[in-house]
Structures are given as C-alpha cells and as structure tokens.
Design a protein around this ligand. Structure first.
Ligand code: NAD
Length: 409
C-alpha cells in the first residue's frame, strides 16, 4: 500500500486545525482557492486568529492553490463552506467545485472524506457523480466517507483533540478502515465510528438544530418576560432548580452553522415531500433578536428622555460569538450597522476580531472608564467582557450600561 499523503481542501476554521493536527504524523498539502489565504498560511499567518506563528513551527505543510501540487495525494478531506442562498436554499457551489477538482485527480486506492456540513444523502450523490465521471468504482477503486466537524472556535475546553469525532465510511476493507482510523486518531482520541454515512450527515445537522431551537425558546421566554415585566433572571434561577431543566440562555445566534443548518435539513425533507414544522421554528425568533435589542435601546433612551440620533454608543462584542474573529452572519454586526445609521457616534470594543476588522470598525484598543458614551451595550458573553463589565459597571456608568440578554447583570 502506498504511503498516505493527505490533502485538506478548504483551509478555514475547520480545515486549518485539521491540517495542523494531521501533519504531526502525515505528509500534508493544504489546498485553498483563496490565493491570499494560501499566501498568509505559507507565511504562518492565520487571519482568523485561531493559530499563531508558533503553532506552525516545525510543520512542513505545503499550502497551495495549484491542482498539480495535490495530484500525488491519496487521502482527501473536504472542508469548504456550505452556506445558504438569500432564499435560504443550500448553496453547494463551493462543495460542487471541490468535488469537481477531486474528480480530475482521483485515482485507484484514493480515499475521500467530506467534513463540510451537508444534508443527508449528499455524500452518496457525490459518490455516484464521481463514479460516473471517473469510471472508478466505489469500494474497489476509491472510497468515500463523511466526518462532520464539531470544532468550536474560541472554545478552549472542547478542543478538536479532546472532543468525540464521528467518522463514517461504508466499506469492509480492513486496510482502508485501518488507514482511516489511523488518520483520524491523529485528530482526536475519541472516535464514534459508523458505517452509516447518512446517519452521520443527519447527526451533524440535528445537533445544531437542537441548539438553535433551544436558544430560540429561551429568546422567546425573554421576550415574554420583558413584555409582562417579569424578572427573567429570577425565573431562570427558579426553573434551573428542576433536575431536567436544560441550561440554555437567550442571545444572538449568528455564524455559519446554527442559522444555516436547519435550512439544509428542511430542504431535503421538502424534496421528499415532507414539510417540517419544528426544524425551522427557531429561525424567526432568533433572527428577530436584533430588533429586540434596538427596541430595548429605544425604551432605555425614552426613560432617559434622550434621542437615539444624539446618543453615542459603545458596543462590546462584534463577532458572532465572543472570543473569536468570525464576523460571518454576526447579528452583533447587524445591530452595529442599524445603530450607525440611526444614532450618534457608534464605537466598538472587540479585541478578538482581526486587525483588518479592527481598523474597519475602529475598535477601541482598550476600554477607558472615562470614555464619554451615553450607552455601553454588552452583546456577547465571555470572561474577558465580564471583566470589562465589572470595570465599567461603576457609579459613574451605572445608568449607561445595557446588558439586554442579562449575561452579567
Ligand atoms: N467554523 C465552524 O465552527 C464550523 C463548525 C462545524 C462545521 N463547520 C462546517 O465546516 C465547513 C467549513 O467551514 P469553515 O468555517 O471552515 O469555512 P471557512 O469559510 O472558514 O473556510 C473555508 C475555506 O475554504 C475555501 N474554499 C472555498 N471553496 C473552495 C474550493 N472549492 N476549493 C478549495 N477551497 C475552497 C475558502 O477560501 C476558505 O478559506 C462548512 O460546511 C461549515 O458549515 C464549520
């Protein structure tokens, strides 16, 4: 059997940690269509701020956007984005393109894994496509599997090497199974192995849908409590005394997973003439929460007899989740943009976003308690911001601070 040579296609939040781990044991090539990303990675720069220069130390990885450089690889892992179109339908253009690239170089003995989030059945569709296009036969000439990604950027506890990873492939070929298992063991210690690829695809989307729905439910409870002037914090404190009350908190649901994945499952259900009822139920509420924040600001200012137009605001937390640089589908950013149009000065404080974004949004380098804002708006939850909350929540600022989701109050 030839030496395993890995190619990771798509080097973003998912692909980069993967290649940095696998390259500890295997020869790896990283392929990305974004030239700038490739150039940065070859210079050991990760603009997502997940990895620093030292994380690339002693790693001999060739990052490339040249198909010729990955021709000799025999184990491909696809980690390209799978967003949705404006009409909420799955946008598979990146993945189709990546499959097309692989089809040009696929050869006997190759193994292909998809890690991008997809809907159930898509791996099989790609498998059929590759068989037709390359004339190679599945489970004789090439092998295909699906391993959903659970990496949680910014999370220092549940890291890629200590979480369970689902690895699914439907073959009885022992050599292939050993190879797959040995590659994925360099990524994480605990593997949930399955020969049911469709089940693995479904497991991934339902994990995120469950989370999306639970947060939506908490958001709706918060809306009800505010409307009825019920003390939400007290409600939560009491409800949590029940052994099986789930520990979810309201908040802004952004990013490329929770606001996207429900549409992937709903779309394949619809294609099979099943209209989902619960799967998308959280979307509307979670997508409404920017308006909730703006309404809260308006009532806050009304009590102070202040006009939004003349209000200077400092927003704490701009990325979709505190502690990371990712601004994709950030509701915090949506709130920033609305306020920018409707109020006075709007500044931000977010030390986690990358330098380019810091410049663009004029992020303060440090919080100064004497900064003269009429309103200081906490939109994200994390320990660093909690410290800032404690600093700012002094007598002088007390009447200026808003924490609409009661993260710190
Ligand atoms: N980021 C997360 O936290 C996370 C968690 C779990 C699952 N996922 C899923 O993993 C997948 C990748 O997400 P991500 O956050 O890493 O995306 P990303 O945008 O951070 O990175 C994707 C990379 O793929 C490159 N790319 C796009 N099309 C390509 C192509 N055809 N060939 C080669 N490179 C290509 C892009 O230039 C980019 O660098 C998505 O399906 C996502 O839903 C992401």
């Amino acid at each position: 059997m030839s030496k395993t040579k890995i190619c990771i296609i798509g080097l973003g939040y998912v692909g980069l940690p993967l290649i940095l781990n696998i390259s500890k044991r295997y020869e790896c090539v990283g392929f990305d269509t974004n030239k700038k990303r490739v150039e940065n990675l070859n210079n050991k720069i990760d603009t997502n701020k997940e990895f620093s220069f030292k994380d690339f130390k002693n790693k001999k990885i060739n990052f490339t956007n040249n198909l010729q450089d990955i021709k000799k690889c025999n184990f491909f892992i696809l980690c390209v984005p799978t967003p949705i179109f404006e009409n909420k339908k799955p946008d598979l253009r990146n993945l189709n393109l990546a499959i097309e690239l692989v089809s040009k170089i696929l050869k006997k003995g190759d193994i292909l894994f998809i890690e991008s989030t997809i809907y159930p059945g898509l791996t099989f569709q790609y498998m059929n496509y590759l068989q037709k296009k390359t004339k190679l036969k599945i489970n004789r000439d090439f092998y295909i599997g699906y391993s959903p990604e659970r990496v949680n950027p910014g999370d220092k506890v549940n890291t890629i090497d200590n979480i369970n990873k689902i690895v699914s492939i439907n073959t009885n070929n022992k050599k292939i199974l050993t190879k797959v298992s040995s590659v994925y063991k360099t990524v994480c210690k605990k593997i949930a192995f399955s020969n049911d690829i469709t089940a693995a695809e479904t497991a991934k989307v339902i994990e995120n849908i469950q989370r999306d729905l639970n947060i939506a439910l908490m958001n709706e409870f918060l809306l009800i409590c505010r409307k009825l002037k019920i003390n939400f914090k007290e409600v939560l404190k009491l409800a949590k005394t029940k052994w099986n009350f789930l520990n979810f908190h309201p908040g802004l649901v952004g990013g490329h997973c929770l606001p996207v994945d429900p549409y992937y499952l709903a779309s394949i259900a619809k294609q099979n003439n099943l209209k989902t009822i619960v799967t998308l139920a959280g979307r509307k509420t979670n997508d409404f929460m920017d308006k909730f924040v703006i309404n809260e600001i308006k009532s806050f200012l009304k009590r102070k007899k202040k006009k939004l137009k003349k209000t200077n605001i400092l927003i704490i937390g701009l990325s979709y989740k505190a502690g990371i640089a990712d601004l994709r589908n950030s509701i915090n950013l949506k709130i920033y943009e609305t306020l920018k149009k409707k109020s006075g000065i709007v500044d931000i404080y977010d030390p986690f976003i990358n330098n380019e974004a810091k410049k663009k949004f004029n992020s303060l380098a440090k919080i100064n308690i004497n900064n003269n804002y009429d309103l200081i708006l906490f939109l994200s939850k994390n320990d660093h911001f909690k410290t800032q909350y404690k600093i700012l929540n002094n007598k002088k600022n007390k009447l200026k601070i808003m924490d609409p989701f009661e993260y710190y109050e």
